[in-house]
Design a binder for this molecule. Structure first.
Ligand SMILES: NC(=O)c1ccc[n+]([C@@H]2O[C@H](COP(=O)([O-])OP(=O)(O)OC[C@H]3O[C@@H](n4cnc5c(N)ncnc54)[C@H](OP(=O)(O)O)[C@@H]3O)[C@@H](O)[C@H]2O)c1
Length: 482
């Protein structure tokens, strides 16, 4: 077999085969393909002769078909399969070759893998890929990490296959080692929050105004023409409009109301907890999926007391719908702001130099959270790359100022009527927490000092103090035991 392919793909399930087709469709690429079980390779090559794939049926053949430096993208089930494929590639590749993991790996696994792979003389790139199967085929948003040396070879290839937003390819070298997978993880966390917020908006409108899913589809389609314009709003309208062929009912009424999850939302929250970053919107969205899936608990809880049905009467449906729209927009700003906080904290913790403005730009196309307002985020970081809180950028201050009364009203109505809106309400609480001049954290510090001598600082003088709670309650200077 002669070395004729400049790029290879290992793993030809839906993501890998679509990415391989995308690569093959771009000028200058010849794509080698390999899958553990031969049938997927045969099917792909037979179905797409136009791609002129170079099929390989062993790792040795795969390596032999690639020009140097060999560059291979792994698109297999995340976890142990990824490790197995990396090991197999290392056995047949040579020093300087590039191994890219495009699966949904946990960033700490990517850091571990990069250490092991680079110690053996290879380049390893953990790359976040977003956009699902359609994105993989037509243009995903790509979030590669890894070493600078790999980016030299990889950059032009990835720029060729990525989605294009406003003339710019949706790919950037996010940072070293696990940075790409970290950013992809937070992307997915934001996606959870965005989806939950949209679902809460739908629920409030449906139960508040009695509108049908098809009517609410029209509302979302209308919203998609304004500042909420995004892929998720667009597909929400499509889903709500869909009628079940079997029953004639709206499909959304036939689907079991238990949301699944593949774990990236939980990773985002777990990592945020470790970093001490409050991503309350993402956390509420993740927990809301968990709650929905505990059918056994929901079954025994339906009789718990709630407000009387009269507690929720909407006098002016149009006005309420506009309030929900504003609440959605404000909560969405909070979710993104929290997500970008997590990226900044991760970058500081792991030593990555991540350009937050560039991240917001590569999310404008190809990925699931693509949205018009990512341009505003890019503007905010262009104006101040060190912006401590995204919410405080002038554009968002104006938007939140416009939305906040409606936001409060929607949260009030949700509480009074017993319609759960955990992401709306936690986002508002976060916003008010940030705004507060004084927080009750002072009381918590007092409590901690009382039971655990954890000490506190004073507002009026420097130093660390402890009150002798179990003695005469005088205050002494103490060593900080935070
Ligand atoms: N689906 C999405 O929307 C999406 C979006 C972004 C990222 N991703 C990520 O992209 C990757 C691929 O996703 P997918 O949905 O296309 O496929 P998948 O169902 O996650 O994985 C199936 C592929 O993994 C291969 N595989 C499993 N165990 C293996 C092993 N031990 N050694 C070698 N190959 C092994 C399978 O080969 P066989 O055919 O031999 O079983 C098959 O090619 C995953 O990491 C996923 O998380 C998916």
């Amino acid at each position: 077999m002669s070395a004729e392919a400049n790029i290879g793909v290992v793993g030809l399930a839906v993501m890998g085969s679509n990415l391989a087709r995308n690569l093959a469709s771009r000028e200058g690429n010849t794509v080698a393909v390999f899958n553990r079980s031969r049938s997927k390779t045969d099917e792909l090559v037979a179905a797409h002769p136009e791609a002129e794939f170079v099929p390989a049926f062993s790792y040795e053949e795969f390596a032999a078909s690639l020009t140097v430096p060999r560059t291979a993208i792994i698109m297999v089930k995340a976890g142990k399969p990824t490790d197995a494929v990396i090991e197999s590639l290392m056995a047949v590749f040579e020093s300087g070759d590039i191994i890219i993991d495009g699966g949904n790996a946990l960033f700490t696994d990517t850091i571990r893998r990069e250490n092991a792979v680079s110690d053996a003389g290879f380049n390893f790139v953990g790359m976040g890929v977003s956009g699902g199967e359609e994105g993989a085929l037509l243009g995903p948003s790509l979030m590669p990490g890894g070493p600078d040396a790999a980016w030299v070879t990889l950059g032009p290839i990835l720029k060729g296959i990525a989605a294009v937003a406003e003339g710019e390819p949706c790919v950037t070298h996010v940072g070293h080692d696990g940075a790409g997978h970290f950013v992809k993880m937070v992307h997915n966390g934001i996606e959870y929050a965005d989806m939950q917020l949209i679902a809460e908006a739908y629920d409030l409108i449906r139960r508040g105004t009695g509108k049908s899913p098809a009517e609410i589809a029209d509302i979302f389609a209308e919203w998609n023409r304004g500042e909420l314009e995004s892929y998720l709003i667009e597909i929400t309208a499509e889903v709500l409009r869909q009628v079940d062929a079997t029953t004639g009912k709206p499909l959304v009424d036939v689907i079991v109301d238990e949301a699944g999850a593949k774990g990236t939302g939980a990773w985002t929250v777990q990592t945020a907890l470790d970093l001490g970053v409050p991503v309350s919107g993402i956390a509420e969205a993740t927990f809301a999926r968990s709650l929905s899936s505990h059918r056994e608990q929901r079954d025994v809880s339906g009789s718990l007391p709630g407000p009387s049905p009269e507690a929720f009467t909407v006098a002016d449906a149009d006005a309420f719908i506009e309030q929900v729209r504003l609440a959605l927009y404000a909560s969405k700003i909070v979710a993104y702001s929290q997500g970008f906080d997590e990226i900044r904290a991760g970058a500081a913790q792991y030593g990555w130099n991540i350009d937050l403005g560039a991240v917001s730009k590569i999310w404008r196309g190809g990925c699931i959270i693509r949205a018009q307002f990512l341009n505003r985020i890019a503007d905010a970081y262009d104006a101040d790359a060190e912006l401590p809180v995204l919410l405080t950028a002038p554009y968002f201050v104006e938007a939140l100022g416009r939305a906040q009364d409606a936001w409060r009203e929607v949260v009030r109505i949700s509480a009074a009527s017993g319609i759960p809106a955990p992401a709306f309400s936690s986002s508002l609480a976060y916003y008010d927490g940030l705004r507060a001049d004084r927080l009750p954290a002072a009381l918590i510090q007092g409590q901690r000092d009382f039971f655990g001598a954890h000490t506190y600082r004073r507002t009026d003088k420097p130093g660390t103090f402890h009150t002798l709670w179990s003695a005469d309650r005088t205050e002494i200077e103490a060593e900080d035991t935070h």
